[in-house]
Design a protein around this ligand. Sequence first.
Ligand SMILES: Cc1cc2nc3c(=O)[nH]c(=O)nc-3n(C[C@H](O)[C@H](O)[C@H](O)COP(=O)(O)OP(=O)(O)OC[C@H]3O[C@@H](n4cnc5c(N)ncnc54)[C@H](O)[C@@H]3O)c2cc1C
Length: 408
Amino acid sequence: MDHADIRGGSADAHHQIVVVGGGNAGLSVAGRLRRMGITDIAVIEPRDTHLYKPLFSHIAGGTARASAAVRAQGSVTPRGVQWIQDAVATIDPDGSCVVLASGARVTYDHIIVCPGIQKNWDAIPGLRAAMDSPHGASNYEFDLAQKASALLRDFTRGTVVFSQPAGPASCAGAAQKPMYLACDYWRRTGVLGDISVVLLVPDDTVFGIAEIDRELDRKIDEYGIQLRTRTQILEIDPVEKVLTLGGAEGTASDRLPYDLLLVEPPQSAPDWISSSALPSAETDGFIAVDPRTLRHPRYPHVWALGDAAATTNSKSGGALRKQTLTVAKNLVAVLNGRKPTQSYDGYSVCPFTVSRHTVVFAEFDDHYALKPTVPFWPGLARERRLTWVFDRYVLPWVYWHMILQGRA
Ligand SMILES: Cc1cc2nc3c(=O)[nH]c(=O)nc-3n(C[C@H](O)[C@H](O)[C@H](O)COP(=O)(O)OP(=O)(O)OC[C@H]3O[C@@H](n4cnc5c(N)ncnc54)[C@H](O)[C@@H]3O)c2cc1C
């Protein structure tokens, strides 16, 4: 049964708190505020289904069914929070107002902006056509993750390329997760020796933290994966199935034929955010925020978090558990006439599914230093079965039942 009070954005309206985007960040922060006693909260979200993206990697790798990642938006919107099913077209922080795609205006006392990151499927020539072809897929879109699952399952010989883009990304390392899952599957089914697996990453190492690199490099050797660092795709010929590769500086260096291609797309701030008043000169189009309080530096009634905010951390859902608490506590403090004192510590996480029953749970801060949840014990950053159970089974349950309701 739907919990939310659903209303189209037909008439002009005013809310004490308006949340832009009912994804991971938006629903969690709305839930926390509701639990802290705020009664007039509206979430503006156009989609009628809510997707749990960390499961996309499991779907692509064949370790979760697609249905596990989907719920009706109304059923996960926290009780007592109003859902306006519409998209924000423009935001006017000077007038404390948003204009919706339907043309309606909504004014606010405070606004929390969290519309996520934009996937740029047209940024690489040939990428969109490659995804439409029978030889391309990705774990970054729900439908392409389902396509990836079948393609990886049925692949028995040839060259498969997995690629991670340069630039900002949502859980950048997620490109690697279906790769390890598939390699483990191919090893079990006896075909791994007939498959040439290539991983393209833009940086100097596979991840960027020595302890995590060691674990991942060990798995890369175990599966016989060819790791190509400082490499990105510049162009794709989806008919001939050939990639033009380049280095970090973007000059063409090499051509690589493939039989199957799995791509994490280049990503950026949403265009409508980049062209709004919310970024600053150094935030590359993302919403400017104080990285500790998550309040806008120029507009005190604007707050931002999640993938669309220019926070200093690596973008992830795990980061949001702390970001949502920071925004909710600081906003309530301001509403009560106090200063915002809650500080986000830059925590982030990337759980690498390195086999079909183990995970390397990378927890780190915005200086890329390990930041384990269990203090002084970096053991979760080693390959473990325990973290597989946590990532595959515990976290999805916690997400649907607690995180989205602002209870965790
Ligand atoms: C394949 C993949 C795997 C991942 N794996 C992990 C993982 O294992 N662990 C982890 O911690 N993180 C993971 N992440 C990252 C995590 O999913 C994101 O960091 C998180 O979803 C960001 O939350 P958000 O609310 O900022 O954005 P989103 O969850 O993307 O939500 C944004 C919402 O805003 C809405 N919206 C967009 N434009 C507008 C508009 N104009 N008006 C109103 N609403 C709008 C969208 O419809 C969407 O519902 C993964 C991400 C991907 C893509």
